[in-house]
Design a protein around this ligand. Sequence first.
Ligand SMILES: Cc1cc2nc3c(=O)[nH]c(=O)nc-3n(C[C@H](O)[C@H](O)[C@H](O)COP(=O)(O)O)c2cc1C
Length: 344
Amino acid sequence: MSSESADRSAADKQGGKKPDCAAVRPFDFHAPLHLSARLTLPGRAVLSPLQGVMTRTFMQAAARLDLIPLWFTPFFSTGGVSVPKRAAILRKLAPYRVRPDLPLVFQLIGHDARSLAATAACFGEYGVHGINLNFACPSKTVTASGNGSFLLRFPEKVFEFTRAVVEAVPDGVSVSVKLRAGWDSPGSIREIVRAVCDAGADWIVFHYRTAAEMYRPADASERLRRIVCAVEAAGSVPVFGNGDITSYADAEALVRSTGCAGVAVGRGFLSDPWLVRRILSGDPNPASDAEKTAFLRLLMAGTDSTRCGRNWFLECVKMTYGADSVEFREARESAWDALRARWS
Ligand SMILES: Cc1cc2nc3c(=O)[nH]c(=O)nc-3n(C[C@H](O)[C@H](O)[C@H](O)COP(=O)(O)O)c2cc1C
């Protein structure tokens, strides 16, 4: 399907007519989305999980400054554990207590229905608002043990695992899934999406690439075609489109042309930590200077003076102010003690 036909398809969903561009109001990214008795998404843009890249300090600073509307955690592996120990669950949940008012969607990965269900039930009992099942991770270490996107080869397993978790969680806990478009071909999008919807998932985060495509750039019209396909198959179950979103304009074009309910941004947040807020607000300058300073102060408080810590902090200054900024140039030229004094 070309981007034009994907566009037409979204227009069809809105009443059969292609909208008159002059009359189109901006998409309301700020509109809450009620998903279950425990989970209402505060808006239509979320930060997609990024295992290992986002430090605890970075995430906590982002949360304190309202740069994310909910916690959507990286995956917790249930491999081989039938019921996680209480201490392990509390340890996993502790970092998110820094903003207990933000909804918490905890992501699980695994290849055994019973252990996924038992783990989801435990996290549900400890108060998480939602469980997300990862059927998306393409990493070889993950797929080699039958986890993540490997399961996309078996839609009946995807159904079974999702169903088991839906049945296991306490009432009101939302169950969602993170999908890619398939294992090595996008030919089963409909079947996979139907499997999770039939199993009772209440929302879907859909990354448009197949596992085999890893992170290779894809044709823009193909991205739209696949997301439209997922949205259509999902029917009334909301789909958040994911993949390569780096600006408000891209997020807006994506929801308009695919009919998806919202967007999940991943790597774009690493080069622009204000991206989710930018999309939610539509404001091209969503952060005041005071907030930028506060963000860097929080990051500095959690940074050590090792070479690695220093380099990481410099990256943070660069992404906050830009590579050409005075702040970044000064930071790069400063000795560590001066840098710490400046940002503490
Ligand atoms: C380093 C890294 C770690 C990731 N960790 C997770 C994870 O724990 N769970 C998950 O569902 N997706 C994970 N993802 C996938 C992202 O959430 C996202 O779906 C993907 O990067 C595509 O979106 P983007 O183009 O906006 O980055 C990870 C991606 C990267 C690059």
